[in-house]
Design a protein around this ligand. Sequence first.
Ligand SMILES: [Zn+2]
Length: 285
Amino acid sequence: MANKNSRVLATGSNQITQHYGNAGHGGCDLVKKTNQLDAITAHSDGTVVWCQSGIPNDQGSSGNRSYGNAVKLRHANGWYTLYAHMDYISVKNGQTVKKGQKLGYMGNTGNSYGAHLHFEVRDKSDARVNPEPYLNADLPGAETDEPAGYTGDLTYQAYTQKAWQPKVVNCGDGPDGYAGIYGSALQGLKIDAKNCDVYYRVHTPQSGWLPEVKNSGSGADGYAGIYGQDIDGIQIRVPQGFVDCRVHLKNGDYLDWVRFSKSYKDGTDGYAGILGKAIDGVQMK
Ligand SMILES: [Zn+2]
């Protein structure tokens, strides 16, 4: 570690092979030194909010697949860092990581033409910014001083098939990355945020919008829903910051993400779901 002068490579220094912004490049590409690989480390303390693995080299691919085996972290200031094209990843979704902790190993997966790290920095609204000023510097805002507006980890839980299913932290791919069981309608929902109170309510065809619930608890006030009634709409509000939520329709697909902030909105954009269509999965971040 003596000569280490990179926050995102375990032992090396950053040799940039392609800069941010070149031909729309949304990150910067790094190697340890010409043709030298390295383990990838977390830029700052954070939580794994998205990751994928099992992706081969797939030149010309687009979308998330183009990132190959990749990890996205959310940090205390609400910003994100993303690490792409790894040979393998060694963390999983929802996991808390420390600055410098190993995330995986540099590779050539996804839309990649030679092993390197593609590193992105994104602001609170998930918009890409030039990562190069932050390669060896803190993200804006004190890392340990979570600013107003950051809800912290979101933990949520679905009631379906007559039981509360496992809690989910933030969102991700695969069966652990959402609350619910595909093909089986949600009939209850609980939500908690690490840093603030979260208020929410659900809609059922029989009862309309049900009373608002604050955080999760035990008993009938501690969740939104009525056992035996399928949920077809979800609304959330947080006193500060925002929560992104999307739902999966029973026998359907995911709808678009809906961003909820300090008050409920009206109209069909104001809730997650399509009234009349049962929801069988939900994701939040
Ligand atoms: Zn790149």
